[in-house]
Design a protein around this ligand. Structure first.
Ligand code: NAD
Ligand code: ZN
Ligand code: ZN
Length: 376
């Protein structure tokens, strides 16, 4: 098991660069690793944001953190995963530090090292370029312990969820991050009662998964704000009331939300990462309401301090909706089976070769959640 595998990955060569198909050598799995043949990988907004933020020294790199596939090899120390298992690959955690021991694996003290640094925890890298001018050059990987924009990925027991082989992996890929984050925020953190109200800013994969989870929980009053008509239409299919924030002459968005929720929403979720929208979300809350800011990308947000200090509101963030993937993903799959987490129609599959179309179509609102699939 020492020979590297020659496989194909979508490599980003410089900050903000395109995804380029490149043959790479991927190391054989070490004792704590599993080799997964990737079947389908969701595209999350974070896959587009991170390459613009990484320094040039951490390039070339391979993104992809909503991987699914079939286990091909299992390291000697890995328990509970077997060759042939179907897995959904989520984010990594050390499962030994204080937050991990308390079950808050999203706040693992090693989270940065295990998910974002492009290498294993011991500093070794897993890939080299196998072709062209860059042959032999290090390719950073291990993104979320997978880098699954590739035909094969190395993953770990702490981020692999074994799922029933009858399930369609193209529908489950977004459970690894986007759907888990939106739904987990509602179910694990906000835990709304049917009489509570929720406003979601941004109806992408994360926001609509939050809507689906809230509706599945029986929350009657759900408001969704998004400038894209196609996404507002999907929100309305869930029974939410949709607001277009771009209508000239309309009352301020926060006023519209307060009027639709009888004085202010119990809960607000931001998935836009736009400072002006986060402020609207805070102002949309009722007294003692809670805003969860999930969007990634803005360096700073403005908080209305007078409003905050006079109303007892909470403004907080959440990593992956307070999920432990090994617990939350099976729970969400069970809710999906029971008809209480209706998200399949949010997914549109694209061959990996059409990643540029997938990105363009999600930006334009034509599709909500692209999932990239390898052909035969
Ligand atoms: N906290 C976490 O753990 C976590 C996990 C996954 C994703 N994220 C982040 O969540 C965010 C959402 O991800 P996504 O994949 O759903 O992205 P997305 O781009 O599909 O969705 C964002 C939505 O915001 C809408 N929007 C733009 N301007 C708006 C405005 N003025 N008012 C209301 N809506 C507006 C867009 O039209 C779009 O529908 C990203 O920033 C991503 O990085 C965070
Ligand atoms: Zn930890
Ligand atoms: Zn993500």
């Amino acid at each position: 098991m020492t020979e590297p595998l020659c496989t194909t990955a979508l490599v980003v060569n410089e900050p903000g660069g395109d995804f380029v198909f490149t043959d790479v050598h991927l190391e054989a799995p070490r004792a704590d690793e599993v080799l997964v043949r990737i079947v389908a990988t969701g595209l999350c907004h974070t896959d587009l944001t991170v390459p613009t933020m990484l320094p040039a020294e951490m390039m070339p790199t391979v993104m992809g953190h909503e991987g699914t596939g079939v286990v091909e090899q299992v390291g000697a120390d890995v328990a509970g995963i077997e060759v042939g298992d179907h897995v959904v690959i989520s984010f990594r955690s050390c499962r030994a530090c204080g937050p991990c021991e308390e079950g808050h694996v999203g706040y693992c003290e090693q989270a940065l090292l295990l998910n974002y640094m492009g290498m294993r925890a011991d500093g070794s890298t897993t890939m080299t370029a196998a072709e062209g001018d860059r042959a032999g050059q290090t390719v950073f990987g291990n993104f979320f312990g997978q880098s699954s924009f590739a035909r094969h990925a190395l993953a770990y027991a702490d981020n692999c969820v074994v799922v029933d082989k009858s399930l369609d992996l193209t529908r489950l890929a977004p459970f690894a991050c986007g759907f888990q984050t939106g739904a987990g925020t509602v179910l694990n953190l906000l835990d709304p009662a049917p009489g509570d109200s929720l406003v979601v800013f941004g109806a992408g994969g994360v926001g609509l998964a939050a809507v689906a989870a809230a509706r599945g929980r029986g929350v009657e009053t759900v408001v969704v704000v998004d400038p894209l008509a196609a996404r507002r239409a999907i929100a309305e299919e869930y029974g939410a009331t949709a607001i277009d924030p771009t209508v000239d002459g309309a009352p301020a968005v926060e006023e519209q939300v307060r009027s639709l929720t009888g004085g202010g929403a119990s809960y607000a979720i931001d998935t836009t990462a736009l400072p002006a929208v986060v402020l609207q979300a805070q102002r949309s809350l009722r007294n003692r309401g809670m805003l969860v800011a999930l969007g990634l990308g803005a360096p700073e947000y403005t908080i209305d301090a007078i409003d905050l200090l006079s109303t007892g509101k909470t403004v907080r963030s959440s990593v992956e909706g307070e999920s432990d993937p090994l617990v939350t993903i099976p729970e969400l799959i069970a809710l999906r089976e029971a008809g209480k987490f209706d998200v399949d129609h949010l997914v549109t599959t694209y061959p990996f070769e059409r990643i540029a179309d997938a990105i363009a179509d999600t930006k334009s609102g034509l599709v909500v959640k692209p999932v990239l699939v390898w052909g035969e």
